[in-house]
Design a protein around this ligand. Structure first.
Ligand code: OFO
Length: 163
């Protein structure tokens, strides 16, 4: 049986993961509006991963005899100044989520909840990859600067995600 504190914290994280999916979907819509369909594709892939993350927490709570709660999601931002500023926000968001995962890990340790620690260990590792993949795109966009052809090439590459 899951303890009340960890149950509440994992429920909060389900919302965070779904809001992450929502944010990335909003970024996908922004990229479609800029005719950058490859970047939109990359964000759709990201949103799907976030949904899967939410489901990992969801099923953990259910399997441990807890009760999943689904409060309303916040409305994500809709516009960005440039592809770079959108990806920079995605990177900042991942850093924020890493902090949340680390806090959850700490809580699960303090509560002696080892099944949750096991689940969170997966997320600790996943966050390293999440940050690295977004940071890579941010750095490439910085290199591209104002080059339209560079942007189109990167858009093509990011369009291959999930192929
Ligand atoms: Fe769920 O990793 Fe991104 O937010």
């Amino acid at each position: 049986m899951i303890g009340a504190k960890v149950e509440a914290a994992l429920n909060r994280q389900i919302k965070e993961e779904l809001e992450s999916a929502y944010l990335y979907l909003s970024m996908a819509a922004y990229f479609h509006s800029r005719n950058l369909d490859g970047m939109a594709n990359w964000m759709h892939g990201q949103a799907r991963e976030e949904y899967e993350h939410a489901m990992k927490f969801f099923h953990h709570v259910v399997e441990r005899g807890g009760r999943v709660e689904l409060p309303g999601l916040g409305q994500p931002r809709k516009e960005w100044d440039s592809p770079l500023s959108a990806f920079q926000e995605a990177y900042r968001h991942e850093q924020y989520i890493t902090g949340e995962i680390n806090n959850l890990y700490q809580l699960a340790m303090t509560e002696g909840d080892y099944p949750a620690v096991g689940l969170l260990q997966w997320f600790v590792t996943e966050q390293v990859e999440e940050e690295a993949s977004v940071s890579r795109v941010v750095e490439q966009l910085k290199m591209i600067g104002d080059s339209g052809s560079g942007l189109i090439m990167l858009d093509r590459e990011l369009g291959k995600r999930g192929e």
